[in-house]
Design a protein around this ligand. Structure first.
Ligand SMILES: NC(=O)c1ccc[n+]([C@@H]2O[C@H](COP(=O)([O-])OP(=O)(O)OC[C@H]3O[C@@H](n4cnc5c(N)ncnc54)[C@H](OP(=O)(O)O)[C@@H]3O)[C@@H](O)[C@H]2O)c1
Length: 330
């Protein structure tokens, strides 16, 4: 039986999620990859326990994580039951509904029917009584936004979620649902967008400023390492144990282009000058201005989590460093 480290709160930084009462660790762990049926339970346990032992109190899942879809929730539920249950009140666990989960017209997107059924399935798979955060995983252009918002609100009223969030909604869609939630007094506390040195759409389209400064909700940045490309792992080819080499990984070999590798080499040199690894610098960059509540990493090995945690030791950049990073990434 796992016993959590007594030092687990000694070094992590906790950031307030917008203006809510909720705080999240600066680094959170996502279960998109490496928690499916195809993966080893012993490694999943080791990664979750190492995370929690180091103050990572937030684990992010979704209905469709696996493969196959649903298996990450099932595996997480098993580990919760065997080891993490005594710590339930120290954990923030999120899930989502939006992508395809079952056949027919009710198995994806943002209808009340789908969100309600999917949340119930997710609770069953994880064995949890409630999720701390439940997300609309993607904007549904065909369902009235009010219906999606009300479905999420109902989960809160039913005690199935404490807070709600949206993922990958653009600025306008976020502003629209924010208004509905405000009227309903739904605890809408967070946006989950993709954000990294290489993927800056939330800056380009004004979402980052809107969420952090106008709506005053938290931002949790997913794929902050661009699925592993913002680390030193692809500098000398594609390692056989990497996501790009994996049959079930979302990162494709053809995304690791010579141009990308040239950028990674230059970024790696800046990181070295800062006394950080590239992974640490990439996470620090996401957190640099205090607008992002948490960097939501993935990992395939415990050692990666330990390395990545080192990022929070230095999230300050000089203007020259930021300019150099922009010059390489753009
Ligand atoms: N809302 C959404 O639509 C959405 C979409 C995608 C992801 N997410 C969330 O974001 C989470 C993180 O996504 P992600 O896994 O793509 O994040 P990421 O942090 O950008 O990439 C994680 C991957 O990079 C590699 N890695 C991590 N640390 C490393 C290190 N120090 N050195 C070398 N390689 C390292 C590992 O891959 P390998 O070792 O296998 O190469 C790891 O699995 C997901 O689990 C999920 O919770 C949400």
């Amino acid at each position: 039986m796992y016993l959590a480290s007594e030092k687990r709160y000694d070094s992590m930084q906790y950031n307030r999620c917008g203006k809510s009462g909720l705080k999240l660790p600066a680094i959170s762990l996502g279960l998109w990859h490496n928690f499916g049926e195809v993966d080893a339970l012993s490694n999943m346990k080791e990664m979750l326990f190492t995370s929690f032992d180091n103050g990572i109190t937030h684990f992010d899942i979704a209905n469709n994580y696996g493969p196959p879809p649903g298996s990450a929730e099932t595996n997480f539920g098993a580990i919760m039951k065997s080891d993490l249950k005594p710590y339930r009140d120290e954990l923030i666990i999120s899930s989502k509904a939006g992508y395809l989960m079952w056949p027919g017209p009710y198995g994806e997107w943002g209808s009340r029917k789908y969100i309600t059924a999917s949340a119930d399935q997710s609770l069953k798979r994880t064995g949890l009584e409630y999720f701390d955060i439940f997300y609309s995983h993607r904007f549904d252009p065909d369902t009235p936004l009010e219906e999606t918002a009300l479905a999420l609100d109902s989960l809160v009223r039913a005690g199935k979620a404490l807070y709600v969030g949206v993922s990958s909604y653009n600025k306008e869609q976020t502003a629209e649902i924010y208004k509905i939630f405000k009227e309903l007094k739904t605890p809408f506390v967070i946006h989950q967008p993709c954000y990294s040195i290489f993927e800056r759409w939330i800056e380009t389209y004004g979402l980052k400023g809107y969420a952090a400064d106008d709506a005053e909700i938290g931002i949790i940045a997913f794929c902050p390492l661009q699925q592993g490309m913002l680390t030193d792992k692809y500098l000398n080819g594609i390692p056989s144990d990497s996501r790009a080499a994996s049959k079930t990984g979302f990162l494709q070999t053809n995304q690791v282009t010579p141009e990308r590798v040239a950028q990674i080499e230059k970024l790696n040199a800046i990181a070295q000058n800062r006394g950080q690894t590239l992974a640490q610098m990439a996470l620090a960059w996401v957190l640099r201005d205090g607008k992002v509540t948490s960097a939501l990493i993935g990992a395939s090995k415990t050692s990666q989590i330990i390395e990545n945690l080192g990022a929070i030791k230095n999230i300050t950049f000089t203007k020259d460093e930021l300019d150099a990073i922009d010059g390489i990434a753009n």
